[in-house]
Structures are given as structure tokens and as C-alpha cells.
Design a protein around this ligand. Structure first.
Ligand code: HPA
Ligand code: ZN
Length: 326
């Protein structure tokens, strides 16, 4: 029996992937050429060599710089269709994808350019691979809440093209409570709510995301395990955690992959899932993230089944779609 082959063919949902983080160096070069932009790197290898991070901020600096090659609707379409093709090859049947409009609107790119390009790729992915998907608009937490409120209003004329809102970028010093009003507004609009919490930030940020923002799912959430009461609360509530092993290792959130918290999360009854976060920057798509753990014998075949099932049940897909995928 071959666990790698089993994982590779397991139907799964991906619930934590930033579309800007799927920009492979090859496509970055192609878009730079197409848009007449000179990159500060002279080869694909030089770009990959620069992907050596010691924390979240190191990564974010280079990730926002990379996104500068995205200028036209076709660029966003090409970015997303490349991700969908790669995800389909990993037997991802449903994907819920983050995008960061402020990274683009702050450079003068219209919200419509971003959303229309991504949306066209979603339709194509469903037609071509039967891969269903939803978009989650993330607010950049290092910017003021007022900017997040303005971004949400920008999205209102296109509300049918997103399923929810999220919170990403530099975590420490930017607690969920800073975004209480914008999340309340998103809730009133009928959107799903998620937030990155407990990646670098303390367990208290996860509590704030639950109590003040009222999130439906927690992104990362690793540091929740430091708080016994919070761990019990997450287990009892059945809230899904979108965990990203290769990201955790590359950003030094987890020092040694042998001590990755996923096995402990499963033992404690948390609804953990496995996701790729920013696969072009962290060295692997969703199956690579499973294999990073199976290769170290940290999770069993039965755990892989549980993790894949958790990804479907923890998704925001319709009940009919979930039934198809289970
Ligand atoms: N954390 C916070 N912000 C991000 C991440 C992440 O892992 N990836 C892209 N933006
Ligand atoms: Zn993330």
C-alpha cells in the first residue's frame, strides 16, 4: 500500500490559500515582461533563492513586492487559472480562496479588474475540472480599520462574487478587536467570517476573533493549543481550523516539522484541515503539505481521511455539494 498515492487521489477541499501566494516565479517573469516591468531579480532561480524567511513579516515584504506584476484582468485570470489547474492535479474538488484587494487598489488597480479576472477563472475551473470555489476578501490588518471599511463598500456592488471576508497580513500588534466594526458590517451583508489568528499572535487573538468578530472558521490557530480552556472550547464548538504545515515551517512558526501541532490537534478533537497558504512561496501545494506530515509518520492513513473530510465539512459549500464530496 502506498500512502502517498492514497493522499494524491483523496478528494479534498482547500480552505486556506492566498491567490497572490500562488504566483510562481515563472508566471511572475511572464507578467513582468507583458507589462513592461523590470524585476529586481534576473532569473527564476534568483527569485526562489530569495524565499528564505525567518518570520511572517520577512515573507510579507517579498510577497507584496511580487504582487506588483499583477496589473490587468487577464493577469488575475492567468494567476487563478494556474492555481486551479495545479489544485485539480492534487484532487482538490472545492477551493475557498483569499484575495487581498488593498494590495492592488492601493497601487491604482481597480477592484473590478481583480474580481472580474478571478471570477472568470472560477467559471472556467468549474467547467474544465468540476472544481467549485468561492472567494474570500481579506482585509490587510496592518492598515487602519477605516481602509477595511472602504474596501468592503467597494465590494458591495459585486457582493455575489464573494462568499466571505477574512483578515490577514502582520498579526502581532493588530488584534482582531481592531476590526470589530467592519466584521459586523460584513455579517450584516450575509457574508461568512474568517480570520488569521494564533499564527504568530497569542491565543488571546483567537479568543477575540471568536468573541468580538464572531468568526465561522479560524485560519492557522496553532497557538490556541497554549490555552487549555480555548482548546476545549474549539473542540466543543467543532470550529474548523485551516492549518498550513509547510507555511508554518518556512515562517518558523514551527521550528521542527517533527513537532508540528496537527497530530495533537487531532488527538484533542479539533477540526483541523491541511492547506497550502502561499504555495509558490512555501514550496508546495496541498498534497505536498499532507506528505510533509505523512513522510515523517506524524499522521496515519486514517488521519488523512479525517483531515480531508474535515476540509469538506468545514467548507462553506452548499450541503448538496458537501454530500457529493464526502
Ligand atoms: N499570514 C498572514 N498573512 C498572510 C499569510 C499568512 O500566512 N499569507 C498571506 N498573507
Ligand atoms: Zn494565510
Amino acid at each position: 500500500y502506498d500512502l502517498d498515492a492514497f493522499v494524491a487521489s483523496l478528494p479534498k477541499a482547500e480552505l486556506h490559500v492566498h491567490i497572490e501566494g500562488t504566483l510562481e516565479p515563472e508566471l511572475m517573469f511572464e507578467l513582468a515582461r507583458r507589462n513592461g516591468i523590470t524585476l529586481p531579480f534576473d532569473s527564476v532561480d534568483a527569485i526562489r533563492a530569495a524565499y528564505d524567511f525567518s518570520n511572517l513579516q520577512d515573507f510579507l515584504d517579498i510577497y507584496y513586492q511580487g504582487a506588483d506584476v499583477l496589473r490587468t484582468e487577464a493577469d488575475f485570470y492567468d494567476l487563478a487559472i494556474a492555481y486551479f489547474a495545479r489544485a485539480a492535479a492534487d484532487t482538490v474538488r472545492h477551493a475557498e480562496i483569499f484575495f487581498d484587494p488593498q494590495t492592488h487598489t492601493d497601487r491604482g488597480i481597480a477592484y473590478e479588474t481583480v474580481i472580474n479576472g478571478l471570477h472568470r477563472a472560477q467559471l472556467e475551473a468549474e467547467a474544465r475540472w468540476g472544481l467549485t470555489s468561492g472567494l474570500i476578501l481579506c482585509f490587510l490588518r496592518h492598515l487602519p480599520e477605516q481602509a477595511a471599511l472602504e474596501t468592503l463598500e467597494m465590494a458591495v456592488p459585486h457582493l455575489d462574487k464573494i462568499i466571505g471576508v477574512g483578515l490577514d497580513s502582520s498579526e502581532v500588534g493588530h488584534p482582531p478587536s481592531k476590526f470589530a466594526r467592519v466584521f459586523a458590517r460584513a455579517r450584516a451583508l450575509g457574508l461568512k467570517l474568517v480570520a488569521h489568528a494564533g499564527e504568530e499572535g497569542p491565543p488571546d487573538y483567537v479568543c477575540e476573533a471568536l468573541d468580538i468578530l464572531g468568526i465561522d472558521r479560524v485560519d492557522h490557530g496553532n497557538r490556541s493549543l497554549e490555552d487549555e480552556a480555548l482548546t476545549q472550547r474549539l473542540a466543543a464548538s467543532g470550529l474548523t481550523l485551516t492549518v498550513c504545515p509547510l507555511s508554518n515551517h518556512k515562517l518558523c512558526v514551527v521550528e521542527d516539522m517533527n513537532t508540528h501541532p496537527i497530530p495533537h490537534m487531532l488527538k484533542r478533537g479539533l477540526k483541523a484541515t491541511i492547506n497550502s497558504d502561499d504555495p509558490a512561496y512555501f514550496g508546495g501545494y496541498v498534497n505536498d503539505n499532507f506528505l510533509a506530515l505523512t513522510g515523517l509518520r506524524l499522521i496515519s492513513r486514517a488521519d488523512c481521511v479525517t483531515l480531508a473530510r474535515n476540509s469538506v465539512t468545514g467548507s462553506f459549500a452548499t450541503d448538496a455539494r458537501k454530500t457529493e464530496l464526502l
